[in-house]
Design a protein around this ligand. Structure first.
Ligand code: DGP
Length: 117
């Protein structure tokens, strides 16, 4: 896999900067987005830095599965299932990625348009 560089998310993992953490296990950390785009907006990241989805390798399959299962569990705990929620990965600057440490956005609590902007 391609290691992510030391980003703001690495600092959150190391508790060097604060974040509102909602879930943590040995591989995954989830915290509220600093600039929420919906009433509930949570970022789910691997503790092991991976730059983006495109950098994932076959040996990262279990980690990617863990991230998705964490997304579903967090969405359930946050009460988002009934109203539906959106899960987004921005891959690359052209898609809006600004932090180059793989992360999944969970967005919920409002209606979402399709196609996304
Ligand atoms: P993306 O554009 O997909 O790379 O998403 C990066 C997200 O990270 C963006 O929605 C804002 C969020 N973010 C950036 N810096 C911080 C931070 O220091 N703390 C928290 N909680 N979120 C941050």
């Amino acid at each position: 896999m391609t290691e992510g560089s030391d980003t703001i998310f690495s600092k959150i993992i190391r508790r060097e900067i604060p974040a509102q953490i909602v879930f943590e296990n040995d591989k995954v950390l989830a915290f509220r987005d600093i600039s929420p785009q919906a009433p509930t907006h949570i970022l789910v990241i691997p503790k092991q830095a991976l730059k983006d989805l495109a950098s994932a390798q076959p040996q990262d399959a279990a980690l990617l599965g863990e991230l998705l299962l964490a997304v579903a569990a967090i969405a359930r705990k946050e009460g988002l299932e009934a109203g539906g929620y959106r899960v987004v990965i921005n891959n690359g600057a052209g898609a809006g990625q600004t932090v180059f440490h793989l992360h999944m956005h969970i967005l919920g609590g409002r209606k979402f348009a399709w196609p996304p902007g």
